[in-house]
Design a binder for this molecule. Structure first.
Ligand code: C5P
Length: 290
């Protein structure tokens, strides 16, 4: 069984509040990319994972793929163990949802391999316990609005595919740290948090019509606290906008910055200069999924 595990970017991200349990309530627009990892599952005597690719994902036994597989086998005890192979292309710690997408692809692959003993709804419930971004990768739509911690999803009409440049600065940012920086940022501004409500120019169940319309209101609330610690990311975003991007934002809690361009040539030219600006950066040219 072979499953694609796409990356995501957040086209808009508002942090609405910090809840008493320490988690944050947010509202975001998830957009899947063509950039993807691959998860393969085949029946075996014991659960095992082999990771390929030039992305550092840490020790295999801590990989979210294995945590997803163990959660699946606990919920579907009659399904036999599997040998898993992960082909890794999505940068880790980058705000692209790679680990979450790998976990979602693992759940789909194992359920398919076992004759679908659980089905989509049960997979989404397991996925939400593995990580806040996992349910999006199980919702079956390339564009969705997410609320709560990210588990309340509204699939939206896909946007036409566009060229997306993703710049990985070469260092990761842990999601937990970025939420902590946001908390400090809000405390430093006297506890007042002034994120405006998300753009509501669209009818219920529909989303933005195109990236130009989105550019008028899109924002990512992680940018002020993350850019304050990593000014090179703010400079990178400025460069991408100066190079003609329709829209550019930090991806999720970072560390990648992405930009949408009207055509591939302009995106490639901006990418070449981004590499000069930030030594150690990796530039990936992909498209939004539709
Ligand atoms: O859910 P996930 O494991 O991806 O989250 C990683 C960390 O990010 C959590 O442990 C929590 O500290 C923080 N987080 C948060 N609010 C969210 C999602 C994540 O504070 N909505």
């Amino acid at each position: 069984m072979v499953e694609r595990a796409p990356a995501k970017i957040n086209l808009d991200l508002r942090i609405l509040s910090r809840e008493p349990d320490g988690y944050h309530r947010l509202e975001t627009l998830f957009q899947a990319l063509e950039l993807h990892d691959v998860v393969e599952a085949r029946p075996a005597d014991a659960l095992a994972l082999e990771v390929e690719g030039d992305v550092d994902t840490g020790p295999a036994q801590d990989n979210l793929v294995l945590r997803a597989a163990r959660a699946f086998l606990a919920a579907a005890p009659d399904a036999g163990p599997a040998r898993l192979r992960l082909v890794k292309r999505i940068p880790a710690g980058a705000g692209l949802g790679g680990g979450s997408s790998d976990a979602a692809a693992t759940l789909r692959a194992l359920d398919a391999l076992a004759g679908e003993p659980l089905g989509p709804q049960a997979l989404r419930e397991i996925g939400a316990r593995l990580g806040s971004d996992v349910p999006f990768f199980l919702c079956g739509s390339p564009l969705a609005r997410a609320q709560g911690r990210g588990e309340r999803l509204t699939p939206l009409l896909p946007l036409p595919s566009a060229a997306v440049l993703v710049v990985d600065p070469g260092f990761p940012i842990a999601t937990r740290d970025a939420f902590g920086w946001w908390d400090e940022h809000v405390a430093a501004s006297g506890g007042r948090h002034a994120t405006p409500e998300p753009g509501r120019d669209d009818a219920p169940g529909t989303g933005p019509h195109d990236f130009e319309a989105l550019a008028a209101y899109a924002r990512n609330d992680f940018e002020p606290p993350v850019f304050a610690r990593h000014p090179s990311l703010a400079a990178l975003k400025r460069h991408l906008l100066d190079a003609g991007a329709t829209l550019s934002l930090l991806s999720g809690s970072g560390s990648c910055v992405w930009a949408v361009f009207r055509d591939d040539d302009r995106a490639a030219a901006a990418g070449a200069r981004a590499g000069d600006l930030l030594p150690g950066a990796r530039v990936l040219l992909t498209r939004s999924a539709e």
